[in-house]
Design a protein around this ligand. Structure first.
Ligand SMILES: [Zn+2]
Length: 178
């Protein structure tokens, strides 16, 4: 089970699979993750346990970002203003890992989250049109503590692309084993 990386009621500004015309250039069928429209400096929490890799693409791509690797899953939290963990650091689900930002190829302050299923060190479903990235709304539940995370809100443009509506403490059926 994974958790949403943001507390409160983050607005999803771009859902999974949205805007195919923009993502063609990267070889994707559409947006390969979730975008949360949060102000720069918003604390980002680990959606799951894992080992951190810290990278900085500068003005390109994901900008400052952290990858969290676990045997069954991998997350990318991108466009951050600051990374709060060290390269190679082992972290637990819910640990603060970064501050959101507007670095890399980004047109406004937001957090981008890509989620992939892993098995035996390999990304699964790599030929799904998103290099294995999946709609993590399928396997996400929100923070159990109401003070940390309640329900998310979505822009009208993002709604049709979401397979669920997040509500407080909702547990999502996990169809992937992640
Ligand atoms: Zn994005």
């Amino acid at each position: 089970m994974i958790f949403s990386p943001l507390p409160g009621t983050p607005t999803v500004t771009q859902g999974f699979g949205q805007n195919p015309e923009i993502y063609q250039q990267y070889g994707y069928l559409g947006h390969n993750g979730f975008d949360f429209g949060v102000p720069e400096g918003t604390k980002v929490f680990a959606p799951h346990d894992g080992l951190c890799t810290v990278k900085d693409d500068g003005a390109n791509g994901y900008g400052k970002y952290v990858t969290i690797d676990a045997p069954t899953r991998r997350s990318f939290l991108a466009h951050c203003s600051q990374i709060l963990v060290q390269n190679g650091q082992s972290i637990s689900q819910g640990d603060p890992i970064a501050l959101s930002g507007n670095t890399g190829s980004s047109t406004g302050a937001h957090l981008h989250w890509t989620f992939k299923i892993m098995k035996n060190g390999a990304v699964q479903n790599k030929t799904n049109g998103y290099d294995g990235a999946m709609d993590c709304s399928e396997v996400t539940r929100l923070w159990q503590q109401q003070s940390l995370h309640q329900h998310a809100q979505y822009t009208d443009a993002a709604k049709p692309y979401l397979s669920m509506t997040l509500t407080a403490n909702q547990v999502i059926k996990n169809t992937t084993g992640a």
